[in-house]
Write a protein that binds this ligand. Sequence first.
Ligand code: 3MF
Ligand code: MG
Length: 345
Amino acid sequence: MPQDYRFSFGPWNIHEGADPFGPPVRAPIPFHEKLPLYQELGFEGVQFHDDDAVPDLNDLTAAQIADQAKEVKTMLDDHGLVTELVAPRLWEDPRTIDGAYTSNDPDSRAFARERSHITIDIANILDTDLIVLWLAREGTYIREAKDSTKAVDQLVEAINDMLAYDPNIRIAIEPKPNEPMDQSYIPTTGHALALAYMTDDPERLGVNIESAHAILAGLDPADEMGFALARHKLFTVHLNDQNGPKYDQDKAFGSVNLRRAFNQVAVLERNGYGQNGEFVGLDVKAMRTQKAEVAVKHLRNSRATFLRLVELVRSLNDVAVQECIARRDYEELDALILNHLLGVS
Ligand code: 3MF
Ligand code: MG
């Protein structure tokens, strides 16, 4: 088994099974009980929302937040885990109902900036320089509600503010075309990277590409990753799978379309992803039907699928592939790939 990849996930990947139409079906597992599961499942990186690390942080003083973050850091050390990233959760507070950085209300925008500073403080204590921005409510339900041009400036200003607040952080934008909004301002990798290059320090900006988000946008996740990798902008990934452009499903990696997963692994592997410390991050949900005692199999399975696909990428007959390409015989190449995935030659 290839062992040269490091894996991560966020504690929200072990969840209670609630969906928009039904309540939780599994008891919540406290954070300290999730931590031992990481190594058991083969993971060493933890992804956090700011309030995964410090719950109810809006009600705490800066000193209290720092104390709690330090406790979490000690817990991680005790379990041999490291923090990969921290993301401000800007979509649940009443003040961010109409968006955070692009809210029409200046008080909401100020709250979002302040909260982002707190996220950065927590990241420093947890010893990571990587901040992820999923711009969840930065968009509209109706086009007339906001000014799309102004929104771009507001997003650039908010990012510049974070870059200035801490000269060491890097920011990975996680694009998603819809949900919870019906239109988001940063729907694709192209939008995210264009925004990155509008900021004061594009070097410190990159993307977090989630397979399902690309599929929701009608795009191929491997090509989205390739676009970012071409300029060393793939700071992290959220691998998962998605059955069509429907609601966000966060299915286990490769579970819908194995070939699409193979191509994501191939583009990562061939571009040296991971060799500069990048993690293979997952953003997967167990099926709601899954009983509590077996509700982490989606993580174990996704990791195992990734590693099996790494082996398949490495064992692909590249000479035969190149011969097909040279002859422009893509039907033969198609068969070659399918047979390789099927384990027949
Ligand atoms: C939503 C997501 C989010 C983000 C997370 C970190 C809950 O579709 O993918 O997961 O990944 O907030 O940015
Ligand atoms: Mg995600």
